[in-house]
Design a protein around this ligand. Structure first.
Ligand code: CP3
Length: 340
């Protein structure tokens, strides 16, 4: 039994006294204690060392008072386990020396034994669960196959992911084969996370909104639906697909327990497009945490008024930015907790 059950109740569609609050990418970046660890250990060392991952995961629970923890890790550990050697380059971010650019390279991608290759994640989950003592639920996550594909083919971050799209449109079959390999691995990986103890899983489709609605079906949604089908009876699934308001009606019928929305979609439209019954999560513009705390407070209250206190999870519309002052992040969380 988790003591703070606001998130779990909301995901079941039950009424709550106030909505739960957490922030995407809350583990790290803007926290001074994290920055200290960042100077001592490189990024993937932090991910691969269960003690460090645990310490970073628990930080925002203790320091900001969020209603859920999200495991410190990265979506790129999945391609790494498949033999795709991502590094985190200073100033560039995710970096792949040899991006996958042709059908032959897709054939060489391995389907890994996740229990072997990603055992460090499962250890971090067990250690974090011990440390949290069932105070709040622990969220595990994965990138959507499409979002992973974007990095694997582009080889680094991009505003357009044009090379990833070109691969889809020039080699649709090979693209489908790679997306399917990512899907199978992600299902195995998330099942392992559930077994290790996560209470909720979230899929990040950060780049879904770069696709047209039709292409979204073919290159992203089709695979997300397989993941939901495989997991929904074991654990509540949250799908955050940035820029994908056009697919909310379909996502609402997918078996997911909640849908993330970004700040370009109004609460009213998000409720309308998703049919009004499913839990929604979001959607303050992350840059808005640069406003004075009093303004943040007002905006959070207005956001809850507009989404409604039930079937709603207070969050940002994408990950928190590194330059957010800690007291502003705290003002965001406090405003949700003080909602009446
Ligand atoms: O939410 C959390 O707090 C849990 C931790 C988490 C991280 N990455 C830690 C991280 C989560 C959920 C992610 C997901 C992730 N990683 C996504 C999807 C979510 C999103 O924001 O769209 C994506 C696209 C990635 C890939 C990735 N990893 C990028 C684009 C970057 C930024 C690179 C940069 O230069 O800032 C990372 C690095 C990363 N992942 C950091 C953290 C805390 C910052 C780098 C560091 O601390 O050294």
């Amino acid at each position: 039994m988790i003591k703070n059950d606001l998130l779990l109740k909301t995901l079941k569609g039950e009424s709550v006294k106030r909505p739960p609050v957490w922030m995407m990418r809350q583990a790290g970046r803007y926290l001074p204690d994290f920055m200290e660890l960042k100077h001592k250990y490189d990024f993937f060392t932090r991910c691969r060392t269960p003690e460090l991952a645990t310490e970073i995961t628990v930080m925002p629970v203790r320091q900001i008072g969020v209603d859920a923890a999200i495991l410190f890790s990265d979506i790129l550990v999945v391609p790494q386990a498949m033999g795709i050697d991502f590094e985190m380059k200073k100033g560039t971010g995710p970096w792949l020396e040899n991006p996958i650019r042709n059908p032959k390279a897709v054939k060489n991608v391995e389907l890994p034994d996740v229990n072997d290759r990603l055992s460090y994640v499962y250890e971090a989950i067990k250690m974090t669960k011990d440390e949290l003592r069932d105070e709040v639920p622990l969220i595990g996550f994965a990138g959507s196959p499409w979002t992973l594909f974007c990095y694997i083919v582009q080889g680094q971050g991009s505003k357009t992911f044009d090379k990833a799209k070109a691969f889809c449109f020039q080699h649709p079959q090979a693209a489908g084969a790679l997306l399917q390999k990512l899907t199978v691995t992600t299902i195995d990986y998330l099942k392992g996370k559930v077994e290790a103890g996560v209470d909720v899983v979230q899929l990040f489709d950060s780049w879904g909104g770069l696709l047209s609605p039709d292409d979204y079906q073919d290159f992203s949604w089709k695979y997300i639906q397989q993941i939901i089908d495989a997991l929904k009876d074991e654990v509540p699934v949250i799908v955050f697909a940035k820029g994908c308001w056009f697919a909310l009606h379909q996502m609402a019928r997918s078996g997911a327990s909640a849908l993330g929305v970004d700040w370009t979609c109004s609460p009213e439209n998000a409720r309308k497009f998703s049919g009004g019954n499913i839990a929604l999560q979001g959607n303050l513009d992350p840059s808005r945490l640069l406003s004075p705390p009093k303004t943040i407070q007002k905006m959070v209250k207005q956001m809850i008024d507009e989404f409604g206190k039930d079937r709603y999870i207070v969050n940002l519309g994408h990950g928190i930015l590194p330059n957010i002052p800690v007291d502003h992040a705290k003002a965001f969380v406090d405003a949700a907790k003080e909602y009446t």
